[in-house]
Structures are given as structure tokens and as C-alpha cells.
Design a protein around this ligand. Structure first.
Ligand code: HEM
Ligand SMILES: Cc1cc2nc3c(=O)[nH]c(=O)nc-3n(C[C@H](O)[C@H](O)[C@H](O)COP(=O)(O)O)c2cc1C
Length: 491
């Protein structure tokens, strides 16, 4: 029989070294789990000796905790008859969500993808906006991604019959209304209660596909159930505890709807997201205001980052063989940022790559993703023949899809606008897809293009000269320093 635990007992375990938290009426010992919590230890410790249900439910599905923790970490049911007024008050001080989805403008007033982000800036909480809109350090790569698309110009052809056009395309064997998928994005519940299920159901209604993320807010089976007939992709972060990734791959293999695994490789360590960190710093310093030892030392809130990451920084090319052992599904490397690595993925037999800098959320000053795509086209055109080349980062217009396909991409991924569209539920996501579809069709007609499949790799429809000047030189002009030194006369 599960034991009953009194509030007085729970409050005795209120430190980082002895951390009990109540979640939905159950008491858990999160002492060992907190340092491994993907969202950071500080968030868990904040709730030590308290009821963390409201914040937990805002980010996670109710079943997640029960599935993730060991039986020995479940202490028992909270004895509700022991709840005191003081304890209830302590929880209220902590819960300060400024989320107000009623502030959203009506969906009919959203006329492009940027509008979704602007709408969420008004209706979403400060914390959710920092998480979704945030990027690394000085946001240089985030900005470059958006600017890059604007530096590619069209060369339209006229007087062609564009009364009928075809946008349908396939990505990794999935037949889609246009060559677009929704990027993997962690904890979609930050944007709205339907979370990943809105992304899945919306993608299905718009006949595109969603790549679900490892750090999703719902369990995998529930996400898949939101679009049972649609194909899906699954994004994998390789866990430091390999047995966890093996377990996930085993589960994914048995799910026939999943058609490919995207392995994200551009984030071996969690980057510095300052908007997120500033909010964390405020929150954490108030939590540790008493005599408890603070998690923030001279390293600042970055400590939460380093303790919170479950992604294995040791994962390298040789370990693709380990992934292969655990799945038969096509493998796509997400986060390719150079011609050399694109070629390597091709040589390793990958089904595809995603040219991506994680939407500017990984290395700041990494090149704009569209520049990387052009570099690949110039320096290793063979990869486009042998693999599917996808691209994400700053794609916001139907015309961006056409530009990417003209360079040779199989398709594009769109991230933040769809995450923000989750605040309108499935309907919002579907609306976003129809906006893109409409813009793509218009751009094709005005450009004199009738079929997306015929124009793939046809650069006669675009002018890349403005962006081309900013690409790295084809062959590095500077030899490595040691060989350079060998040219010098010996003194
Ligand atoms: C035991 C099961 C749990 C698992 C597997 C889990 C997993 C995760 C994951 C994967 C993330 C996303 C990290 C990212 O992408 O940046 C996250 C974030 C978060 N989790 Fe948990 N979590 C668990 C328990 C909890 C509990 C008990 C709480 C609260 C009491 C909590 C509160 C949060 C919050 C607030 C975030 C967002 C962090 C941010 O602002 O970036 N989680 N968690
Ligand atoms: C809120 C958010 C969460 C993300 N989480 C993940 C993730 O869990 N796994 C991953 O591979 N990429 C993740 N990404 C990166 C996206 O997959 C994608 O590369 C990026 O968002 C594309 O740029 P865009 O947002 O400008 O369209 C995330 C992006 C955002 C905005």
C-alpha cells in the first residue's frame, strides 16, 4: 500500500541535498534527479519541500514524472488533510505566471508568420517568450538567418502559363502539400496547453509533417496520437546515459508512423541564452535569498546550464554506428554548418542533413543557414544528388521555400512561428501552414515557376550575388600555422 505523507514531513526535505517535491498529489524525492533535470536543477530545488504541480503542469504532461523516476523515488501520496494555510500561502507566492492567452489578437488578424511571433510577445509570459524567441549571446546568428533570405533575389520569367501549379513534394518519402516541415522544438507547452499535439494535428491538417523533439512536454505516444494517420520525424539528442537513448530508439522503432530520426549535433553543450538567464537569475536569487547555498556562484546562472544538460558532448562521427545498431530508420544529421561535414554525412551513408545553426540558439557568429546552403552548392554539389538536404533558420515566407529549393534543397523547416502558433492550438498551426502555402503559390506564379519538383537546383530563377560575396573563400588562402612556419627561413 502506498504510504501517506504529511505536509510537515514534506517541508523537512527542503534543500538541494534533500529535496522532496509534491507533483499532482504525489510526493517525490528529486534529490538525485535535480542535477540531471534537462531544464536545470535550480527549477526543481526552488520547489523543495513544496507543491510544484502548477509549474510542472505548465511545462510537462501529467504522466511524465511517473514514467521517468524510479519507484524508490516515489515517497507516497500527500495526505491532504494535513495541508495548512501557511503551506498554501507559500505556494501562492511562487506561482506568478503572466501568461494571458486572452490577450492574443484574433487568428483572422494574423496574416503572416511574423505576426504569430508578435502576437505571442503580447500574450505569452516573459519567461515563455525568453525561451522561444531567445537565441545565443548577441543574437548575431539569429539576425543573420533572417537577413540572409532577404539577400537572395529572384529572376522572374514572364508569359508562362501559371494557371495550374504544383507545390506537392516529398521529404524522406513523405508526400506533402509543399516541401515544408515543422522543426523539432522542446517543451511546446510553454506556448499553449495543447503543446506538441497542436503541432502534430495542425501539420496533419495542412498535409505537412512535424519532427517531434526529444525534450517534448507530452509522452511520445500521446503526441503521435494527435495525428495517427500522418507521418512523423523524431529528433534525437544523444543522452549521456546511453541506455536512455537506446530505450527511446526502441520505442520509436516500434512506431510505424515515424519515418526518420534527426540527430541534433550542433549543441554538444547548452549555449548561453541571456534572455533566459536574466529571468532565471532573478528567480533563482529570490529562491536562495535565505541561508541556503546558492546555485549561482561566480559563474553566474550558467551553472544551471552546465548541470542541466543531458546531451552527450562526447558523441562523434564514429558513434553513428552505435545509432545504426539501435534503429533501422533513415538517419538525418541536424546542424550541418560546413561543406566538409555535409560530405562526411554523405560518406557515412546518412539519408539526409539539415543545414541549421539551431535557429541561432547554438554557436553565436555561426553563418546564416542560407549562406551554408550556398557554400554546399558551390563546394560539394554532389551531396544534393546523394542525400536529402533540408534547411532551417529564419524561413518566414513562402518565397523563402522557393529560394531554398532553387538552390537545391529538398525542403525547409520552420521553427519559432509555429511554436508561437501553438497559443492558438491546432487551428493556429493549420492557419500558419495555409499562409505559407498561399505565399509559396503566389511567389511561384509571379516567378513563372509551375512545379516545385522541376525547379529544384535550378539557380536560373535566383540571383545570389549579394550573398555570394560573403561566403568563405572556396579554398582556404591561409595554410595552417605550423606549415606556414615551415616556409620561413630558419633563424
Ligand atoms: C521528473 C521528470 C521531469 C522530466 C523528465 C523533465 C524534463 C524536462 C525537459 C526535457 C525540459 C526542457 C529543457 C529544455 O529544452 O531547455 C524541462 C524544462 C522544465 N522543467 Fe522539467 N522535467 C521533469 C520534472 C520537472 C518538475 C518536477 C518541475 C517543477 C517542479 C519541472 C519544471 C520545469 C520547468 C519550469 C522547465 C522550463 C525550464 C526553462 O525555463 O527553460 N520539471 N524539463
Ligand atoms: C523554443 C525552441 C526549442 C527548440 N528545441 C529544439 C530541440 O529540442 N531540438 C532541436 O533539434 N532543435 C530545437 N530547436 C531548434 C529548431 O529545431 C530549429 O533549428 C530552429 O528553430 C529553426 O529556426 P527558426 O526558429 O528561425 O525557424 C528549438 C528552437 C526553438 C525556437
Amino acid at each position: 500500500m502506498t504510504s501517506r505523507v504529511t505536509v510537515a514531513e514534506v517541508t523537512k526535505h527542503a534543500s538541494p541535498d534533500d529535496c522532496w517535491v509534491v507533483v499532482n498529489g504525489e510526493v517525490y524525492d528529486l534529490t538525485a534527479f535535480a542535477p540531471d533535470h534537462p531544464g536545470g536543477a535550480d527549477i526543481i530545488i526552488k520547489w523543495a519541500g513544496k507543491d510544484g504541480s502548477s509549474v510542472y503542469n505548465e511545462y510537462h504532461h501529467k504522466d511524465l514524472i511517473g514514467k521517468e523516476l524510479k519507484q524508490s523515488e516515489r515517497i507516497g501520496h500527500l495526505d491532504e488533510s494535513t495541508i495548512t494555510e501557511t503551506w498554501v500561502k507559500a505556494q501562492q507566492v511562487e506561482v506568478r505566471s503572466e501568461h494571458d492567452l486572452n490577450e492574443r489578437p484574433p487568428l483572422s488578424s494574423i496574416i503572416n508568420l511574423d505576426d504569430f511571433e508578435q502576437s505571442f510577445a503580447k500574450a505569452g509570459s516573459k519567461k515563455a517568450n525568453a525561451y522561444i524567441q531567445g537565441a545565443s549571446n548577441d543574437l548575431l546568428t539569429l539576425d543573420a538567418n533572417k537577413r540572409g533570405w532577404r539577400k537572395i533575389w529572384f529572376r522572374p520569367r514572364i508569359m508562362r502559363d501559371v494557371s495550374k501549379i504544383n507545390t506537392r513534394s516529398t521529404i524522406l518519402g513523405c508526400d506533402l502539400s509543399m516541401p515544408v516541415y515543422i522543426c523539432p522544438m522542446g517543451i511546446a507547452k510553454t506556448a499553449g496547453p495543447e503543446g506538441e499535439t497542436a503541432l502534430g494535428a495542425g501539420a496533419s491538417a495542412g498535409e505537412i509533417v512535424h519532427c517531434m523533439a526529444t525534450p517534448a512536454s507530452f509522452p511520445i505516444d500521446e503526441i503521435l496520437a494527435s495525428a495517427p494517420q500522418n507521418p512523423w520525424f523524431f529528433q534525437l539528442y544523444v543522452d549521456k546515459q546511453r541506455s536512455k537513448s537506446e530505450e527511446v530508439l526502441k520505442r520509436i522503432n516500434s512506431m510505424k508512423q515515424v519515418k526518420a530520426i534527426f540527430i541534433t549535433v550542433d549543441l554538444p553543450v547548452v549555449s548561453k541564452r541571456e534572455a533566459d538567464e536574466r529571468i532565471r537569475t532573478e528567480e533563482v536569487s529570490s529562491v536562495y535569498a535565505g541561508s541556503q547555498k546558492s546555485g549561482i556562484d561566480k559563474k553566474g546562472a550558467g551553472l544551471a546550464r552546465s548541470t542541466g544538460s543531458f546531451i552527450d558532448p562526447k558523441f562523434d562521427w564514429d558513434e553513428l554506428a552505435w545509432v545504426r545498431k539501435h534503429t533501422h530508420l533513415p538517419l538525418v544529421i541536424k546542424g550541418v554548418q560546413s561543406a566538409a561535414d555535409a560530405r562526411k554525412a554523405m560518406q557515412m551513408g546518412c539519408a539526409g542533413i539539415v543545414v541549421s545553426n539551431h535557429g541561432g540558439r547554438a554557436l553565436d557568429s555561426a553563418p546564416a543557414s542560407i549562406s551554408i546552403l550556398l557554400e554546399l552548392r558551390r563546394d560539394c554539389p554532389e551531396v544534393f544528388e546523394k542525400m536529402e538536404v533540408l534547411i532551417d533558420g529564419g524561413v518566414r515566407r513562402g518565397s523563402d521555400i522557393l529560394k531554398a529549393v532553387c538552390i537545391g534543397a529538398t525542403g525547409v523547416g520552420v521553427g519559432r512561428p509555429f511554436q508561437c502558433a501553438v497559443s492558438y492550438g491546432k487551428e493556429g498551426v493549420e492557419h500558419g501552414i495555409s499562409l505559407l502555402q498561399d505565399e509559396l503559390e503566389t511567389a511561384m506564379r509571379l516567378c513563372g515557376v509551375t512545379d516545385m519538383n522541376q525547379v529544384r537546383g535550378d539557380m536560373s530563377f535566383i540571383n545570389i550575388s549579394e550573398l555570394e560575396q560573403t561566403l568563405p573563400p572556396k579554398y582556404c588562402k591561409y595554410p595552417p600555422l605550423r606549415s606556414a612556419l615551415s616556409f620561413w627561413p630558419k633563424l
